[in-house]
Design a protein around this ligand. Structure first.
Ligand code: GLA
Ligand code: ZN
Length: 646
């Protein structure tokens, strides 16, 4: 188990390194992450490589028994490279080049950039392949973050047309699938096809989905090329990872495709960032951790754990005493088995003066230093538990095609995929059940309950797996707009919604209504009234029973249904419902399954881990108030690993 800091020795007077490493060791550090933004230092001029600075840093780390995770520096290329090769720069939708000065502003399609990236990564990894101190490589930094997953340059345009040529037999097939007959957009050949830059009204939804897929293809092509170079040149004692930033469902790349290639997944866990006045709610942070664990279905590293307030031009919420420590604890509970905090010391120059670390600009050991020190001391004895495998009975499924389809046409002004996924995740999280957040392409046979938010594109393979799952007694929960589209992002024709899922749902959607800002419909469940927002499907039950009904002029329609199907049950929730109602529905959904539910007060998260058939409970108080539970008082942001709960 490793605990460390993101260290940027190149930012400071090199005479500070001995004292820095000593202070880190006293804090409990046994690893530092270095180098991910230091391309120029390692290649000051085209083809002139010099690793002497990091040779020195690694020697110092070795002397202090501190291991190293080294980042390949392709997220920030040198000025000389941009100056000599403008074609590496990515372009905004309006055609403006993203100039040198920020970071990540490279085009994934640029063969020049891919060439220079291959060279620096190969040189760097080969140089350190026998270096015992380096135990892992982080490839690049936060792929696709800060809108860097999008480029509208001419190279990408031509490459996109080739992508389509490889996908479609011929232009006729594309015209047919896209429905270009609409508005007379029929193409005579592929080089007439646009990329979705600014136009009047909007581009064809099938083209836009293929564009999203193309963006994912180019990013993952670049990422996997880099991963393969590292793998091919590294030492056998070295592992390969990359760090995912948050906001996964706002990215234009399929994380599963990329992370398959890695030894372990890494995450940058920032429960609050920038001008946010409040951190993410506990369940949303938990969901992100479960998403990362789901990528490799295994424990993972956090290589940037927040400790101080963060922001470029604007900063916001300052974590309260012990709150960031609690978030670190939550991370370990959900499967993080090594943690690196961002960053050792806050930088005084450059764009991130307000991305605070453990040590602030006064360079003293303050509250944050003590918090990390206490946390490492507290967590070390739990290494075995932290390394144990997490077993969940509940899974929530997502597919990037579906996520992108919702981004292309959100249909309701109040719709947000991440919020709707969390809405379905929350009631099961509130029961302190372990939940896996996984791609819809995965095997689901080990679960008891499968939750599927807003799955418009339901492919036949998933349908077959769900049928088998229901045969085996599983419970499936769909939410609104399920099954309406084909894999070309077109609406299914001559099929009543939810189309291929209708039989298992046991109900049909006869009408639909988008519920905009401030609009809600009243619904009833067991004679209690609740609100339905964002969207509503107006259901007619067939073999299913009505669970929730509408109270207004659409009272003859159902809002949520339950269907006994094969040996399982299928639930359809036709709107975005109040959390209180979602809690009640989740009680019904898990009825009789004997899941490991733990009732705890709101904001007291209890995460169960099992080691050698013994239970361990990671308890985190997410609130700034005392919480009483089973006769014990949990102080604000208090954390505990307990063997028993009472
Ligand atoms: C990200 C990046 C870091 C730094 C921090 C600031 O996660 O990976 O380089 O920008 O955010 O919070
Ligand atoms: Zn481009």
């Amino acid at each position: 188990m490793y605990f460390g800091v993101d260290y940027y020795p190149e930012h400071w007077d090199i005479d500070m390194i001995d004292e820095d490493l000593t202070r880190m060791k006293e804090m409990g550090v046994n690893i530092v992450r270095i180098g991910e933004f230091a391309w120029h230092l390692m290649e000051p001029k085209d083809g002139e490589y010099d690793f002497s600075f990091f040779d020195m840093v690694i020697k110092k780390a070795k002397e202090n028994n501190i291991k190293v995770m080294f980042g390949t520096p392709t997220a920030t290329f040198p000025a000389w490279l941009a100056n000599e090769h403008q074609d590496i720069l990515s372009e905004e939708i309006d055609g403006n080049k993203r100039i040198f000065g920020g970071r990540r502003q490279y085009c994934y399609t640029s063969s020049t950039y891919r060439d220079y990236s291959r060279k620096i990564s190969k040189k760097l990894v080969t140089h350190y392949k026998d270096e015992e101190t380096i135990i892992s490589w982080q490839v690049d930094n936060e792929f696709g973050h800060e809108r860097s997953d999008m480029c509208y340059c001419d190279k990408c345009h031509i490459d996109f047309q080739n992508f389509l040529k490889n996908k479609y037999q011929n232009i006729d097939e594309l015209n047919e699938k896209y429905g270009t007959i609409f508005w007379g957009q029929t193409y005579n050949n592929f080089d007439e096809i646009p990329i979705p830059k600014t136009t009047i009204t909007t581009h064809n939804p099938a083209l836009r989905l293929d564009w999203s897929r193309y963006r994912s293809f180019t990013l993952n092509r670049y990422a996997i090329e880099q991963i393969d170079i590292v793998k091919a040149n590294k030492g056998t004692h070295q592992q390969v990872t990359t760090n995912a930033s948050g906001g996964f469902f706002n990215k234009y790349f399929d994380h599963d495709e990329q992370f398959k290639e890695l030894d372990f997944a890494s995450y940058d866990n920032y429960p609050v960032w920038g001008g946010l006045v409040e951190p993410m709610p506990p369940e949303e942070i938990a969901m992100t951790l479960d998403f990362i664990r789901g990528l490799k279905d295994d424990n993972f590293w956090i290589v940037e754990q927040l400790m101080g307030a963060q922001g470029h031009d604007v900063i916001g919420y300052l974590p309260r005493p012990n709150q960031a420590k609690m978030w670190a604890h939550q991370g370990m509970a959900h499967g993080c088995n090594s943690m690196i905090w961002f960053r050792w010391r806050g930088m005084t120059r450059g764009a991130e003066q307000f991305c605070f670390g453990i040590i602030d600009h006064d360079n003293t050991n303050g509250r944050k230093y003590r918090e990390v020190q206490e946390f490492i001391k507290y967590m070390k004895p739990h290494e075995e538990i932290v390394n144990s495998k997490i077993k969940s009975d509940v899974a929530i499924l997502y597919s990037y095609d579906n996520v992108w389809s919702w981004r292309i046409q959100k249909q309701s002004s109040t719709y947000n995929f991440n919020d709707e996924l969390v809405k379905l995740y929350r009631p099961f999280y509130r029961k302190n059940l372990n939940i896996d957040v996984i791609p819809a392409s995965r095997d689901i046979s080990k679960y008891k309950v499968v939750l599927i938010p807003n799955l418009m594109i339901a492919d036949t393979k998933l349908k077959a797996r769900l049928d088998k799952f229901l045969e085996d007694g599983g419970r499936v929960v769909f939410t609104y707009r399920a099954g309406i589209r084909d894999t070309y992002n077109n609406i299914n024709f001559k099929e009543t919604i939810p189309c291929s899922l209708r039989e298992m749902v046991g109900a049909r959607v006869e009408e639909i209504e988008s519920l905009g800002e401030g609009i809600s419909a009243e619904v009833s469940y067991n004679n209690e009234k609740f609100k339905a927002k964002v969207w509503r499907d107006l259901l007619k039950v067939e073999t299913a029973n009505e669970l929730v009904g509408y109270n207004d002029f659409y009272k003859d329609y159902s809002c949520a249904t339950e269907n006994e199907y094969k040996n399982g049950k299928v639930y359809y929730i036709g709107s975005s419902l109040d959390d209180k109602l979602m809690n009640l529905l989740s009680d019904r959904i898990i009825e009789g399954l004997n899941l490991d539910v733990i009732d705890s007060p709101e904001n007291l998260e209890i995460y169960k881990r099992i080691l050698n058939n013994k239970d361990y409970f990671f308890i985190s108080n997410h609130s700034g108030e005392e919480i009483e539970f089973n006769g014990k008082i949990f102080n604000p942001y208090e954390i505990k690993v307990e063997k028993r709960l009472c």
